[in-house]
Design a protein around this ligand. Structure first.
Ligand code: COA
Length: 653
């Protein structure tokens, strides 16, 4: 058995039980000292039990880091060199991720989480597969999480979208790839919830998960409040520079007294003033350097500085006159503890078990699960799963948007982001123009060829309505340019720029190079999940926008062996974790951008259109779904469900 992250936590406990059960185990992790210590313990136990050659039964591979993808294949080769075969690949190692809201998360952090938690699984699986196929048996286990959702169900994990997506991806991978590996090779996932152990308690100087989350909630509430005050003041015409100039004093008491200050900033300061206490500084200072940096990042990302090149390029909080003292905590320690306790109790109340299991308990359940030779493509919940009050499932398109919602789009601007899905984009544009009388359709394509194909398809749309721009790989720059030229859009529809690959795992007797390479898998993740992340983290900061993310299509009749369909389902399911999470986060931001997903991905291959007429029906349904998810929502006063309908949904057309 090759186990990543085998030196501690669930991985360490699984490794120990497998070794006690007679397996030879290879523990792969970053640090040699920890690996040596755990190896010594396991070898000691094996010797006590009387295993001959105990030393040779436990190997270690230091320097293996799932975040460094090039370290992975050598780990497989070293395991084969040591033991002659690999029967179990346990994809256990992972990272906690950025712990930030999507709008504040940087691209490098997002990519690092997806590489470490998701792409690494594929890299390793790809490396072991030729041997497992040859052996005629093998087992891949992905260690996912409750917060990766369940089959047909997305779970929102606010402030951890990168993690949620990576964990949903590990599960979706299992669900969609099993039939390509089976029946000889099993692939399953386990989805533990919070587990009593080091990882939750925090290692070294790092606080535990619940405390980190408590701090993050309080810091984000302040950040969101400052951000909201600035945006609300801007909405009534105050300039962003003048607001930042006033915030620069970073003085709660002075601003609360200042009758000349904009009412939004004054109200903010008065609320902060109430939080004064001797053991912290957040009652005296509106923000820390980190909060100020995020504020500027949000304003920049939302296009507030486009005409202010100085702010556009400014980095760091140099504009602030004073910062909180470093010898005192900014957040009140007692309130952080209360908040952490709320998070802990909150999650405990969601667990079927009602308590957190230990690492050993989870490992025991996992090893029993591994012993079942019949199951593949499933996700096992070793501590029972979550009892969620509300779950978000995928739905079939049903009904149409109400006339009054569509009327709200009259004369407004809509953006369509895409390239190859020409027919779908053109139909959406046509319905927006003809049925909603939108004033402008802005299409952001990747290449000149994409732009001309769209132009041809939409030659019946008046040229003053249709605007097509080529953004290349710089989608952020393209969004900024569109904001400069066309102002705020009412709706942004984002589709992937490139089609899916059409290969996955070749059949045992098929040619090796028919496989989807690890590089191709990583690219697939970037072209779909990361692409939508890049669009969404900016779109979520645009006032008055509705965001629609589209899952990939598999053109009917093109998918010979089902690989495209499997990959489309993998993306669709994984993306829903993102959509569901972002929907919750966005309700906490002043812009309150609703986000929904349209699944171009069919639920079964038998739903594929059988002829041109059925294809056109599907294209039309897509246009209708764009109106349904993309039209502004009814006013909060008109609908108490406003915040619940059409938020975080995945609608299959
Ligand atoms: N900005 C502003 N407020 C925020 C916020 C943010 N970024 N994130 C959370 N909050 C606020 C919420 O609005 C809520 O405020 P309120 O009490 O004033 O209503 C409060 O924080 C608590 O949020 P809550 O609604 O309980 O949680 P959530 O929706 O953000 O997340 C869980 C729910 C279950 C994901 C969360 O409680 C959690 O992380 N639990 C622990 C997860 C775990 O055990 N993980 C280990 C296995 S991987």
């Amino acid at each position: 058995a090759l186990i990543t992250g085998g030196s501690a936590g669930i991985g360490g406990a699984v490794a120990r039980l497998l070794a006690l059960g007679g397996a030879k185990v290879m523990l792969a992790a970053r640090r040699e000292s920890e690996l040596l210590a755990v190896r010594e313990r396991i070898v000691g136990e094996l010797e006590d039990m009387g295993y001959p050659g105990a030393e040779r039964r436990v190997g270690i591979l230091p320097g293996v880091d799932v975040g460094q993808l090039h370290t992975l294949k050598p780990a497989v080769e070293a395991t084969i060199a040591a033991f002659g075969r690999i029967d179990y690949l346990i994809n256990n190692a992972g990272v906690a991720g950025a712990e930030d809201m999507v709008v504040d998360m940087d691209l490098a952090a997002w990519t690092a989480t997806l590489d470490a938690n998701l792409v690494s699984n594929y890299v390793l699986m790809h490396a072991v597969m030729p041997m497992m196929k040859k052996q005629g048996s093998g087992y891949v286990l992905n260690v996912s999480s409750y917060f990766g959702g369940e089959k047909y169900m997305a779970v929102a994990y606010p402030n951890r979208a990168d993690y949620a997506v990576s964990k949903a991806g590990q599960r979706a991978m299992v669900e969609t790839m099993a039939r390509f590996l089976g029946p000889e090779v099993q692939i399953n996932a386990i989805a533990p919830g919070p587990v009593e152990g080091e990882r939750l308690k925090g290692t070294g100087n790092r606080p535990g998960l619940f405390e980190r989350r408590g701090k993050l909630i309080l810091a984000n509430k302040r950040l969101n409040a400052v951000h909201a005050a600035v945006v609300k003041a801007m909405r009534r015409g105050l300039s962003v520079e003048s607001l930042l100039a006033q915030l620069a004093a970073n003085d709660v008491a002075a601003m609360a007294m200042d009758e000349a200050a904009p009412s939004e900033l004054r109200a903010l300061a008065m609320a902060a003033h109430k939080e004064r206490s001797d053991d912290c500084s957040w009652g005296s200072y509106l923000f820390t350097a980190a909060i100020a940096e995020r504020l500027i990042g949000r304003l920049r990302s939302g296009g507030c500085f486009l005409a202010l090149p100085e702010w556009q390029s400014r980095s760091g909080p140099g504009w602030i006159a004073r910062l909180p003292p470093e010898d005192q905590p900014y957040l009140p320690p007692r309130v952080v503890q209360d908040e952490a306790a709320k998070v802990k109790n909150g999650v405990l109340s969601l667990l079927h078990l009602g308590k957190m299991p230990t690492e050993t308990e989870v490992a025991l359940a996992t090893v029993y699960f591994l012993a079942d030779r019949a199951v593949s493509g499933e996700t096992f919940m070793p501590s029972g799963g979550l009892s969620l009050e509300r779950s978000i499932t995928e739905r079939e398109l049903f009904g149409s948007a109400k006339r009054e919602r569509l009327d709200m789009m009259r004369g407004r601007t809509v953006w369509l982001i895409g390239e190859h899905l020409v027919e779908y984009l053109a139909e959406a544009a046509r319905q927006l123009v003809n049925e909603c009388q939108v004033g402008r359709v802005v299409v952001l394509c990747r290449t000149a060829d994409g732009a001309s194909a769209i132009r041809v398809a939409l030659r019946d749309v008046p040229p003053d309505v249709l605007h097509i721009a080529e953004v290349g790989d710089d989608i952020e720059g393209g969004i900024d340019a569109a904001l400069s030229h066309h102002g705020y859009p009412t709706t942004i529809v984002s589709t992937p720029f490139v089609p899916l690959p059409d290969r996955l795992f070749a059949s045992a007797d098929g040619p090796e190079d028919d496989n989807l390479s690890p590089e191709d898998f990583r690219q697939l993740v970037q072209d779909n999940l990361t692409h939508q992340f890049r669009v969404a983290r900016k779109a979520s900061l645009i006032d008055g926008t509705q965001l629609v993310l589209v899952s990939p299509d598999v053109a009917a009749g093109t998918d010979k062996n089902g690989a495209g369909f499997a990959l489309a389902n993998f993306i669709k399911t994984t993306m829903h974790a993102f959509t569901a999470t972002l929907a919750v986060e966005n309700e906490r931001l002043v812009h309150d951008v609703p986000v929904n997903q349209i699944n171009l991905t069919r639920r079964a291959r038998s739903e594929e259109p059988r002829n041109a007429a059925e294809h056109m029906e599907e294209v039309k349904r897509f246009g209708r779904a764009v109106l349904l998810a993309g039209a502004p929502l009814p006013d909060a006063e008109d609908s108490r469900y406003r915040s619940r309908i059409y938020r975080g949904m995945a609608i299959t057309v």
